[in-house]
Design a protein around this ligand. Structure first.
Ligand code: BGC
Length: 376
């Protein structure tokens, strides 16, 4: 669906945004060389391109949070939004259409980081700066915001080892590792962080990459691992995200397993949290997407208006290198590991979900829901 959002126009709010900037909320400072010449008072066009809609985060959090953050900074700005549904060519077309229509800055979460280099080149040839969102697109983008993705992988690997130790199965079994999409640079970082922790500490029966981060593909891969290694010998599963963990649980269930081995995840999807409280998934990684979207909006406003993003009071930008060796100013946020023990202190405390969203009828008799119901 072509979702085009127009922020309320003709409200004299440039001043509010400028006041926010002056108060250090907007985190723009010096004039950057060669930056855009759009102005917050007049407003400008921002293009947001997200990669897929199978993973819940994009439509549920990334897009609305970005929209809110942009409106806070620039009430006269207009957002054009597209989701590529995991299709590289579709994202290419969406980007081209946005550039033709006329945007002043592009915020890009690439389906395929290498292919995205041509989107970046195209934008920059039209003086449209690019903020890489969550995944570092190649081609020398202007800014990048994400989480520390190597740490995401480490946190997942450490949690899996901890669970195997708790269950006393660390030394006698094997694990299966199911990684994300090979065209997503984050997937490589999750893998390297996780495998750095797991390798040498546990036997790895099988390892797979999963094109498109597809839950169905993850399920098929898990079925293949079960056929080759036997469900009873698989003591744990490293899954790079919650969507794929759903497929992995389905494969184990259809092989007759009713007590799940420890399985990892990422994204703190409602379904992931529900599996955690029901004992079907060991952990997930909670990423504070609101902060990511806010930084992206700050970077986009800075880039479009020819200012330099400096992180303000809250963030210290760092430098990262993209796959072409280009240096990019980046903000990398910290991920948080979530198990049944800290759902309340993280997910609930942060207002990411309400108790009611998690404790639906099917989960009402879990320990977690009974305890929180007792507290209310
Ligand atoms: C994101 C994850 C997400 C995955 C699949 C990664 O680039 O960082 O949060 O689960 O893509 O969309």
């Amino acid at each position: 669906m072509n979702t085009r959002t127009r922020f309320s126009l003709r409200v004299a709010v440039g001043a509010t945004a400028l006041a926010l900037l002056a108060a250090g909320c907007g985190t723009t400072t010096n004039e950057a060389e060669g930056g855009g010449d759009a102005s917050v008072e007049e407003g400008f066009n921002v293009g947001l391109l997200l990669p897929e809609s199978q993973t819940a985060r994009y439509e549920r959090f990334d897009k609305p949070y970005f929209e809110e953050a942009l409106q806070e900074l620039c009430e006269n700005c207009e957002l054009t939004y597209q989701n590529a549904d995991q299709e590289t060519a579709k994202q290419q077309d969406q980007a081209e259409a946005m550039l033709t229509e006329g945007i002043d800055v592009m915020v890009l979460d690439a389906v395929d980081t290498e292919a995205a280099a041509s989107i970046v080149a195209n934008a920059q040839s039209q003086d449209v700066p690019v903020v890489a969102y969550d995944r570092l697109a190649q081609g020398g983008v202007d800014y990048y915001v994400s989480f520390d993705n190597e740490t995401v992988g480490q946190v997942q690997g450490e949690a899996l080892l901890e669970a195997l130790e708790e269950e006393g199965t660390l030394d006698d079994g094997e694990i299966v590792a199911i990684h994300g999409s090979p065209t997503d640079p984050n997937a490589d970082q999750f893998k390297s962080g996780a495998m750095g922790v797991l390798e040498g500490n546990v036997d790895i029966a099988a390892e797979y990459d999963t094109p498109g981060w597809s839950a169905e593909r993850a399920q098929e891969q898990m079925e293949g691992a079960i056929t080759s290694h036997g469900a009873e010998d698989i003591e744990g599963v490293y899954s790079a995200n919650d969507g794929m963990a759903a497929g992995i649980v389905a494969a184990l269930k259809s092989a007759g397993v009713d007590e799940m081995p420890p399985i990892t995840g990422q994204d703190a999807e409602v379904a992931g949290i529900q599996r955690i409280i029901a004992g079907e998934q060991y952990m997930t990684v909670y990423k504070e997407i609101r902060a990511e979207a806010e930084v992206a909006a700050d970077m986009a406003v800075a880039a479009a208006t020819g200012q330099e993003y400096d992180g303000g009071d809250e963030y210290t930008p760092t430098e990262v290198e993209d796959a072409d060796g280009e240096t990019v100013n980046a903000v990398l946020l910290d991920p948080v590991s979530v198990t049944a023990d800290n759902v309340e202190d993280t997910i609930i405390a942060d207002g990411f979900y309400t108790v009611d969203e998690i404790c639906t009828e099917d989960y009402a008799d879990t320990d977690f829901c009974e305890e929180v119901a007792g507290e209310q």
